[in-house]
Design a protein. Sequence first.
Length: 107
Amino acid sequence: MNDAGEQPRGIVDRRRPRRLVAKALGHVQGVGYRAFCVDEASRMRVDGFARNLPDGRSVEVQAEADEPTLRRFIGRLREGPGMAVVHDVEYRWEDATGEFVGFEAMI
């Protein structure tokens, strides 16, 4: 922090909330993947949602928490529940909006 209490340019505060927008690809529908996301997010105190995408082979996950927590969450998304076969998790970072309270599996 500088004298004004601001972060110097180029330094990211990893504790500030971030948004993760992810897509899990593979055999992730009909195997409890969204429920798995809810359980893991609740355990890690991550807010957001998971929903099946219409392609029948992917799940979208949007989540907000601090970056270290979200990185651990990505690791769990890559593992998935026992019946899932996760081929890849594509993701990007966005600024958090604070719009989520809790984590839900959307239909």
